[in-house]
Design a protein around this ligand. Structure first.
Ligand code: NAI
Ligand code: ISE
Length: 339
């Protein structure tokens, strides 16, 4: 059987996902698209040469009997409404991060899914599918560096547009670290503080950049996470776990080691789309395969909720300069362990 997919939002990542589903992945086809800028939806249909119908709005796409499952890649503030509509229609939905822009919004999705009685939602935390992070998790889980004590990590982008807000540093950018570290360490956060180093001259006037997020987990692990979105030199994701008997670093993306002009060098990627290209492929193929079996294997609504609770606390910590508690209710049995 081929899964008939509808995509809501044909911007940057929507187009990327349509392209990979059409050209690289198997088991699914794009039959429907929609965007508030209809011309963009038409353009992607033409560009990808797909036989997809352009719907006038997302609710008509979700309700269509021609659509088996939905991918939500529209702006973050629209996610909650569309994911809730998918659950109401009983349709599996892959939602890009964030699941909703607030913890309350995510909780409404948790409640709707619990009421429906069967998981339908996967959140686009693709780093859990990255081979490097998976290798790092294996090292931790097999005890090769002892119990993790500290984590040092960094999320650096070369630059961001002036539309990028201070809050986006947390809810759009650092949210990936929030999720992947919780999964790597199999732990939940208990408190957070955000501190501001000297500001780079390359940041727009309204933006404090870089930031350092200091998280503490229930097991007492301390994390320092750097967010630096105008670092100029490249798109650079770093993560080091310090354990009781060793340290483990996230592998660098593979690249040719060049000896030339009296220099030893390797390239650093500049584009997030390239850095995690394989993870997006593996993530969406896994979602297609499990959806065809009537299952959800990937990051759940609860993971989306946990990330939002933490992000909300990070924002409060950033705005007040205080150490803010991260209060997570107990995970309902419906949501099994992190994948
Ligand atoms: P974008 O701005 O390039 O695209 C968003 C599209 O959604 C636009 O074409 C816009 O017209 C459309 N849209 C907005 N409201 C809509 C509505 N009510 N109904 C239908 N379409 C609507 O943004 P981008 O970069 O593609 O991001 C989209 C989402 O994906 C965001 O939530 C973002 O955080 C997430 N994202 C995730 C990434 C990841 O690594 N997992 C990477 C990039 C984005
Ligand atoms: C973007 O929104 C993403 O989600 C990318 O994965 C991230 O690494 C990038 O920094 C964000 O701007």
């Amino acid at each position: 059987m081929t899964l008939r997919l509808g995509v809501i939002g044909t911007g940057a990542i929507g187009r990327e996902h349509i392209h990979r589903i059409t050209n690289t992945l198997s088991g699914a086809e794009i039959v429907a698209v929609t965007d508030i800028h209809a011309e963009q939806a038409h353009a992607v249909v033409e560009q990808e040469k797909i036989h997809a119908k352009v719907y006038p709005d997302a609710h008509k796409l979700i309700g269509s009997s021609e659509v088996d499952a939905v991918i939500v890649t529209s702006w973050g503030p629209t996610h909650e409404e569309y994911v809730l509509a998918c659950i109401a229609a009983g349709k599996p939905v892959f939602c890009e991060k964030p699941l909703a822009t607030t913890a309350e919004g995510c909780m409404r999705i948790v409640e709707a899914e619990l009421a429906y009685g069967k998981p339908l939602v996967q959140v686009g935390f693709m780093r859990r599918y990255d081979q490097g992070y998976r290798a790092l998790k294996k090292v931790i889980d097999t005890g090769r560096i002892g119990e993790p004590l500290m984590v040092h990590c960094a999320h650096r982008n070369p630059s961001v547009p002036s539309s990028y807000t201070g809050d986006m540093a947390i809810v759009d950018t650092f949210i990936h670290e929030i999720d992947v570290l919780r999964w790597l360490l199999d732990d939940d956060y208990v408190s957070v503080q955000v501190v501001s180093p000297r500001k780079t001259k390359y940041a727009h006037e309204h933006l404090q950049d870089p930031l350092i997020v200091l998280l503490e987990t229930a097991k007492g692990i301390r994390i320092d996470g750097e967010i630096f979105v105008n670092c100029q030199y490249g798109y650079d994701i770093q993560c080091q776990i310090v354990g009781e008997s060793g340290t483990a670093n996230l592998p660098e993306p593979s690249s040719v080691l060049l000896r030339s002009e009296a220099k030893l060098s390797t390239e650093i990627l500049v584009d997030w789309k390239q850095r995690f290209i394989e993870s997006y492929d593996i993530e969406l193929q896994d979602w297609i395969n499990s959806t065809l079996k009537g299952e959800v294997n990937g990051p759940s609504t609860w993971d989306g909720y946990a990330a939002a609770v933490t992000a909300d606390a990070c924002l409060q910590a950033k705005n007040t300069g205080q150490i803010v508690p991260v209060s997570m209710p107990k995970r309902p049995a419906f949501y099994t362990k992190n994948n």
